[in-house]
Design a protein around this ligand. Structure first.
Ligand code: ADP
Ligand code: GN1
Ligand code: MG
Length: 369
């Protein structure tokens, strides 16, 4: 059987020219991504949507089309460059936002944002501050988006209690027979199980339209100016909490090591990077955060680190079926770095709270120390 190639798939879309080159692209854990070049010089980003995770690709794409249309209007209103600052969905030749290949797989195409770069680790505090500004602006731009128009693409995505329940079920089932070897890590996560209760009580925080996957590598930077230009990976834009968007960005961006660093001793939360992100985030989001949200930002970072780390360990216990892995124990390494990071955030929470409060006093972000 001849298998269908990325070039064949791209021909199903209303692109300029004939696709001639394709290479795997980026470091995402979920979708399969290719950069595709055509004989006209135009470049596209082709993705196979992971339908093990996103069960309704058409609804997912409807979300993305609506969100990008909304963002494009905001960018145009401030005389920005819409084609570089917002993802552009390329339709199929029959006018659909995704394409189902003969083997049942679902694909989509975006315009490739050229001269842009994304980072798996913050090369400087300034870059991280820029990503904070961009994610803050993203939330501000979506503040008037009708949340009821969005389909929930993954149920209970940041429902940390459900994540805790799933983790305990994976420990009990021990499908991959790995639980005994990671008893120490399991207990370590259990020591933080109280974090699943945060933001669940009567004082729950306002629901906003949030990104929900605010990793630094989901921001594109202009290669020359290092300005954050475009937020990508819009699969999980759903109603959510500002503290979760903030917290997940800290988890990834204010870390002193890569998410999958094999030596967890290298992993801590850098107060310098934390301050930079916080400053940028406040600058981008403006004055719209409630005092209760500001007071919850450090807890949001702890909760997202606990949740994501526990998801990595859950996946390890279940035999690595969710996150893409590139080596044995990849998910275990990730689960261990998140534990080290969580210990570091938890030990520094007073200092980090002071940083948040000092930035909050200067909502514009200027003179934030
Ligand atoms: P995943 O869901 O697997 O994380 P992403 O949508 O984040 O996939 O894409 C993977 C990577 O591809 C991103 O981290 C980013 O570096 C890059 N990328 C995504 N969209 C574009 C685009 N339109 N133009 C250029 N690069 C992109
Ligand atoms: C996944 O798709 P990507 O690689 O940007 C995951 C996030 C995790 C992250 C950990 C849909 O993000 O929730 O925080 O990996 N996305 C999904 O790196 O599960
Ligand atoms: Mg991504």
């Amino acid at each position: 059987m001849v298998s269908i190639t990325p070039l064949d798939i791209t021909r199903a879309f209303a692109i300029s020219g004939i696709p001639v080159t394709s290479q795997p692209y980026g470091n995402g854990h979920i979708n399969l991504t290719y950069r595709v070049g055509t004989d006209s010089g135009a470049t596209y980003l082709l993705q196979r949507i992971n339908t093990e995770i996103f069960h309704d690709p058409a609804a997912l794409m409807t979300n993305i089309v609506q969100v990008t249309t909304h963002l494009a209007a905001k960018v145009a209103a401030r005389a920005g460059e819409v084609s570089r600052e917002v993802l552009t969905v390329v339709e199929t030749t029959t006018g659909e936002s995704c394409y189902q290949a003969d083997d049942g797989s679902y694909w989509r195409v975006y315009n490739f944002v050229s001269d842009a770069i994304s980072y798996d680790a913050a090369p400087s505090a300034q870059i991280l501050a820029e990503s904070g500004r961009a994610f803050g602006q993203f939330q501000r731009d979506l503040a008037d988006f009708p949340a009821e128009n969005l389909t929930e693409t993954i149920a209970d995505f940041h429902n940390t209690r459900v994540r805790r329940t799933n983790f305990e079920a994976a420990v009990d089932a021990d499908r991959a027979r790995r639980a005994a070897a990671v008893a120490k890590e399991i207990d370590h996560y259990r020591g933080y199980h109280h974090l699943a209760e945060l933001f669940t009580g009567a004082d729950s925080l306002p629901l906003r339209v949030t990104h929900n996957d605010t990793k630094l590598n989901n921001v594109l930077f202009d290669r020359y100016s290092n300005r954050a230009i475009c937020i990508v990976d819009l699969d999980t834009v759903m109603p959510g909490l500002a503290v979760h968007d903030f917290g997940d960005a800290i988890r990834f961006g204010a870390a002193t090591a890569l998410e999958d660093e094999p030596d967890p001793a290298k992993m801590t939360c850098s107060p310098t990077l934390f301050r930079a992100y916080t400053r940028g985030f406040f600058t981008g989001i403006g004055s719209s955060l409630h005092a209760r949200e500001i007071a919850g930002l450090v807890d949001g970072a702890a909760q997202m680190t606990y949740e994501c780390g526990m998801r990595f360990l859950t996946d390890y216990l279940e035999g690595d079926h969710y996150f893409r892995t590139g080596r044995p124990n990849h998910n275990l390494d990730r689960a261990r770095t998140q534990l080290a990071l969580l210990d570091s955030i938890w030990a520094q929470r007073e200092q980090l709270t002071e940083i948040v409060m000092s930035c909050a006093r200067q909502l514009s972000g200027e003179n934030c120390r």
